[in-house]
Design a protein around this ligand. Structure first.
Ligand SMILES: [Zn+2]
Length: 327
């Protein structure tokens, strides 16, 4: 018997309808019973209001991300001093710091010196708001939601820093790897196994009979090795073929984090999406700009990061559809 999301739901239902479960079902259910079944029902909050609230939170986080994106690569403190105009150094007051709205009201210019403010600021705020709503629609109000929000928010920061500076700072990737492992330990107990794409399969197959936390961590290590390992191999092969360093270790560390969190199936999809979109845009740029090297132009972390967000939100559907073609 396969335990997917539906079979788990069926178990919850059948426990109420039919108290005579088989011993293996009772054992499975007692091992994997999600905490959500015993907690108050948050779905009573009207969804439109919930999504608006989460979108506003996302925009505020986006505003903070702008500070991270600007200061982290310059090794400036993220907390002090308060935000200043990069042109005239004038302190930005709280009423000029409202996500998106202030940019529109000031028509994209600094209040004191009228220097143009980069469109990146409102763009990151709008993007963060939209992604927070998308993640909330994907997870519902569940224990997985805060974990997925942290994961996606870290990826947005990495994407924008890589786009501007061609680096993926250790200050994000190292805590990101630790975060992925903590999520791997906590979320299966809070949400049941199916939240991680690879976990039901592992528990059903090679890791059958193993404690949930151990199986989840092993899944994380496999995912990290698939993600970081394949990036490292690509860089190594490119270096051997072309004699130039192709990829920084930043990409490898980022894919350790992503692979540990997403599991091996979604990580393969993520790398496929990243390589595909990166090469399409890279070839396009090479054709337009003459014969410069693709790797000179492309911050690969941008494409991997976007691929990781796509894999989190819709990856399981894509992978299941693909696997269905061969059944
Ligand atoms: Zn100014």
């Amino acid at each position: 018997m396969r335990f997917g999301q539906d079979s788990q739901l069926n178990l919850v239902l059948s426990k109420h309808l039919n108290p005579q479960l088989s011993p293996i079902e009772i054992q499975y259910f007692s091992m994997h019973s999600p905490l959500t079944t015993i907690l108050p029902d948050l779905s009573l909050i009207p969804p439109p209001f919930m999504y608006v609230a989460i979108g506003i939170f996302g925009a505020i986080i986006g505003s903070f991300l702008n500070v991270v994106i600007h200061r982290l690569p310059r090794e400036a403190s993220i907390v002090f001093p308060n935000s200043r105009c990069p042109s005239c150094e004038a302190a930005i007051s709280y009423y000029d710091n409202v996500p998106v709205l202030s940019y529109l009201l000031l028509r994209g210019r600094c209040r004191s010196c009228k220097a143009p403010i980069s469109a990146r600021y409102p763009a990151v705020e709008v993007l963060a708001a939209l992604l927070w709503v998308a993640v909330a629609m994907h997870d519902g109000l569940s224990f997985a939601l805060p974990f997925d929000l942290v994961f996606v928010t870290a990826l947005v920061a990495l994407v924008f820093i890589d786009a501007e500076h061609m680096i993926l700072p250790n200050a994000i990737t190292y805590p990101g790897i630790a975060f992925a492992l903590i999520a791997r330990l906590a979320v299966p107990y809070l949400m049941g196994t199916p939240h991680f794409d690879d976990l039901p399969m592992l528990l059903d197959g090679v890791l059958a009979g193993m404690p949930l936390w151990a199986a989840s961590l092993i899944g994380a290590v496999i995912g990290a090795l698939v993600g970081g390992g394949s990036l490292w191999l690509m860089g190594w092969a490119w270096e051997k073929l072309r004699g130039v360093e192709a990829m920084g270790l930043g990409d490898v560390k980022m894919m350790f984090m992503v692979g540990a969190y997403l599991g091996w199936r979604l990580t393969i999809l993520n790398i496929f999406l990243g390589v595909l979109s990166g090469s399409l845009i890279g070839v396009g740029l090479m054709l337009r700009q003459g014969k410069r090297d693709m790797q000179m132009l492309l911050p690969f972390g941008v494409f991997l990061g976007i691929g990781a967000i796509a894999a989190l939100l819709i990856g399981t559907h894509i992978v299941e559809w693909y696997a269905g073609q061969f059944r």
